[in-house]
Design a protein around this ligand. Sequence first.
Ligand code: ATP
Ligand code: MG
Length: 353
Amino acid sequence: MGLFDDVLKDSESLFLNEIMLDFSYQPRLVRHRENQQKYIASCILPLLQKRNGKNILISGLPGVGKTVCCKHVLKELHDYEDDILIIYVNCWKKDTSYKLALDICSILGYKWTHNKRTDELFNEIRDLINKKSLVIVLDEVDKLQDYQFLYFLAEEIYRKTIFLITNEKDWFLTLEDRLKSRLILENIDFEPYSLEQTKDILRERKDLAFVKGVFSEEAFNLIVQKAYELKDIRTGLFLLRESGNLAERKALRTISLEHATIAVSQLIDYQKRDINEMEDEEKEIIELIKDNPDKTAQELLDISKKDISLRTLQRKLDDLSKSGIILKEEAVSEQGAKTFIFRFGSIKTLDEF
Ligand SMILES: Nc1ncnc2c1ncn2[C@@H]1O[C@H](COP(=O)(O)OP(=O)(O)OP(=O)(O)O)[C@@H](O)[C@H]1O
Ligand SMILES: [Mg+2]
């Protein structure tokens, strides 16, 4: 073997298809959640017979597959039946009834929203939706700041199935009794995956994302173990990507235990800084970056549709990267200009490497 055989060339990459590690990537099959998918589908079934469906509250810790599972069922429903309206909204992004109403108008193709109040938008939505049956998923529903939209759904939409997703199981208890009794929710709780299930899910993503044979089994096992301990597949995906990046920055052809160990230590670093003590806005920015890695400040602003200036966002990103919570990296824009992209993780440990 020559001296440079295990060095990556400029044109080479350890990643075959890095998108497969994106948190928002929708896998073709959502394994180990078959029972939950069947149950969710059974709640929709009455709609196919023009009857009212069942409403459910889906709860479980972060990263246990609630969103990916629901989206999968919605996709199957969409492929099977086009007479049912399907709406998915994330309430972290649309956290008031007004924003929800605007978003749903846009999903339904209703354009005359300008200058309309929330109740006027509701009237339009009601007239459009009640012609059909509706399946609606309100993800991260605990982020909703007011419950007007939930009352509207419960009272004014006739044939429907409502799925409310949260990782705060007690959220439902905080609702007014009037609303609880109108929604009539059943609850399904997503338990964390077992070690074997965690391994299986992460192996599929690893095999899709990386060139065959570059990820050492020891490194992979460490990541599986960590994701299992933290009960969070998202953490596993993050560690896979970070380990790959660490090896690639060193122009190595193999991702070894050392890289996985460093990636895990970055995570510990991150967790030592108690996110719960941060301002809500900072937490939101971190979540935004976790969901959208390797984006510029402008792209992040466009995705979040946040009502802040680019300069304010840039300042916050700089603060987070200085304290080692996110990674700021130089990149080249499509126009060839120098720019910065951001990713979740700590730069401190990278420098030590
Ligand atoms: N069974 C599975 N098969 C394949 N990928 C999965 C599975 N479960 C989870 N994932 C992946 O793990 C990540 C986290 O899953 P998901 O977004 O569904 O979590 P969640 O329970 O909605 O978490 P949160 O409460 O934080 O929103 C996603 O990238 C998803 O693709
Ligand atoms: Mg989710």
